[in-house]
Design a binder for this molecule. Structure first.
Ligand SMILES: [Zn+2]
Length: 165
């Protein structure tokens, strides 16, 4: 009989002590959203990005165009630089970029040079999103997934611009 108690106790302990974290696209997009929130608080256009290699975040960034007075300081650009510096390699093969808003033409163009394996974005950008021109701007090896936490990613942007009006 004792082992039943032990088993139940173990299950209970696991439930309390070890909440199950699934490292999937949604999880990593949530981390990118935290970066977007950070940008929001700094009065930057709230776009966040993380780069993941082997299920580990190797770079986190958000838009810094105001702070750096640099229109090229998009979240993705910061993340590429940071990931390359972490890896000590210019190419981001076997890496995934998670970004809350579809990359613009500039960032998609930069991603080509990194040869990144995958790009996952939240909400589409109907005005400046790269897919408006065409997807050939991406490296042929780059897989693309859109629409992860789309609502949340779009909402933080619309809230930001509403607060500006
Ligand atoms: Zn961009």
């Amino acid at each position: 009989m004792w082992f039943f108690y032990l088993k139940n106790y173990t299950i209970l302990a696991k439930k309390i002590l070890m909440p199950i974290i699934v490292f999937d696209d949604t999880y990593f997009m949530q981390q990118a959203l935290k970066e977007a929130q950070q940008a929001y608080e700094e009065n930057e256009v709230p776009i966040g990005a993380v780069i993941v290699a082997n299920q580990r975040i190797i770079a986190k960034a958000h838009n810094l165009t105001e702070r750096l007075n640099d229109v090229t300081a998009h979240a993705e650009m910061q993340a590429f630089t940071s990931a390359s510096s972490y890896l000590g390699a210019k190419y981001l093969k076997d890496c995934t970029l998670y970004v809350t808003i579809e990359p613009c033409f500039m960032c998609a163009g930069a991603s080509y040079w990194t040869q990144i394996s995958r790009i996952v974005y939240g909400a589409k950008d109907g005005k400046r999103g790269f897919s408006k021109i065409n997807s050939e701007i991406l490296h042929p090896k780059t897989e693309i997934t859109g629409g992860i936490l789309e609502k949340e990613c779009a909402e933080i942007m619309s809230n930001f611009f509403k607060s500006k009006r």
